[in-house]
Write a protein that binds this ligand. Structure first.
Ligand SMILES: Cc1ncc(C[n+]2csc(CCOP(=O)(O)OP(=O)(O)O)c2C)c(N)n1
Ligand SMILES: [Mg+2]
Length: 368
């Protein structure tokens, strides 16, 4: 695949262009103040640092699993910061960076991956749904939600609502994702389908999912598709903001393919050296999303070494605080797994809870 249609404002060495116009005649640009640029950098460094802590905690036996976002920080922070307060997010299981931009305490995915709760944030308060581990399922849910808000009259003005669904390259092969594209296209749903093409679905490379660039699939469903450099936080922001505004105005869905790379393993249970070569990983290191943004900030004298050092220190302090809070998480009562199955309970689940409590009680009475 060529890079012909890649929307990019910031190249791998930090070279920057003010705006870019695609073959369809759409122009993308950002209008950030220096402070906003610096805060975007802080976001990128912070989410990478917290993610590093996640992997370390898993390796030390403190988490059951960790799905790292390493390499995908710009795709997540750029798109997350492009959301307006009223927009709804449907994540998969790797969107710790988007979660962070939503103002959710970054501890939340840690309790999920430690297995002490089911991900305890309030989706209604933060407009960020629960993580979904069933590949592609959230894409269909989000489309139904987007159709619903249209029926509720919340779409069709500049301050209308839009919905974004995050999923991977592998998920594009799922029936549910393709069904979602059909529904969204036909009903003009206010959807942004945000595909992080990180080149792999566990061990399966992109060429096992598609014969054409993923963004071009949108044409077959009757809506626009755009490929953006997912390692470029500025272009990702610009493209996502435009697609969300298009959706909220009632102009229908967009598929964004954020072209990026999963620098780490699929999850802490995976060993990528079994299926990809080191030189490929090295070639993507040269396109690192954080170092290119840092190079841009330095060159344009928006930030210097003191600022970069302060950001690193602050991120480290946050990570250490997070570590302490993870280690202090109490173990849940096993019976609590029945608590949130239904919002208002159900006779079947109540009966299962009772039986399970009796079963647990057998061990207590036999304890020495
Ligand atoms: C329906 C379903 N099938 C299979 C799996 C196992 N599985 C978990 S993640 C994954 C790969 C997903 O790849 P991709 O969509 O590219 O997302 P990424 O993990 O790269 O972010 C698979 C096959 C699952 N969780 N759900
Ligand atoms: Mg993938």
């Amino acid at each position: 695949m060529t890079d012909d249609c890649l929307v990019q404002l910031l190249g791998p060495d930090g070279e920057y262009v003010d705006s870019v116009t695609t073959a369809d005649g759409v122009t993308y640009s950002v209008g950030f103040t220096d402070d906003e640029y610096r805060e975007l950098y802080r976001d990128l460094v912070t989410v990478r640092r917290l993610d590093t802590e996640g992997l370390a905690l898993q390796r030390q036996g403190e988490l059951g699993l960790w799905a790292s976002l390493l390499g995908q920080e710009a795709a997540q922070v750029g798109s997350g910061r492009a959301l307006r307060a009223q927009d709804m997010v449907f994540p998969s299981y790797r969107e710790h960076g988007v979660l962070y931009t939503r103002g959710i305490d970054p501890i939340m995915p840690f309790s999920l991956y430690r297995g002490v709760d089911q991900g305890g944030w309030d989706a209604g308060e933060h407009l960020f749904q629960g993580y979904t581990l069933v590949v592609g399922a959230q894409v269909l849910h989000s489309t139904g939600y987007a159709m619903g808000i249209t029926m509720d009259g919340k779409v069709g003005s500049p301050d209308g609502e839009a919905v974004i669904a995050y999923f991977g390259d592998g998920a594009t092969s799922q029936g549910e994702v393709n069904e979602a594209f059909v529904w969204a296209g036909v009903f003009n749903a206010p959807m942004v389908f945000f595909c992080q093409n990180n080149q792999y679905a566990i061990s399966e490379p992109l060429e096992r999912q598609t014969r054409i660039p993923l963004y071009r699939r949108a044409a077959g469903f009757g809506f626009p598709g755009v490929r953006v450099d997912g390692n470029d936080v500025l272009a990702t922001y610009a493209v996502t903001r435009a697609a969300l505004d298009h959706a909220r105005a009632g102009e229908g869905p967009t598929l964004i393919e954020a072209y990026t790379y999963r620098m780490g393993a699929h999850t802490s249970s995976d060993d990528p050296t079994r299926y990809r070569i080191a030189s490929e990983v090295e070639s993507w290191k040269a396109k690192d999303p954080i170092s290119r943004f840092r190079a841009f900030l330095s060159k344009s004298q928006i930030a210097g070494d003191d600022f970069f050092a302060e950001v690193d220190d602050t991120a480290k302090t946050l990570a250490l605080d997070l570590r302490e809070r993870v280690l202090a998480m109490p173990d849940p009562q096993p019976v609590s797994m029945f608590d949130h199955v239904y919002p208002h309970g159900s006779p079947e689940v109540d009966e299962q809870r009772r039986q399970f409590a009796d079963y647990q009680a057998m061990f207590e009475s036999s304890a020495h």
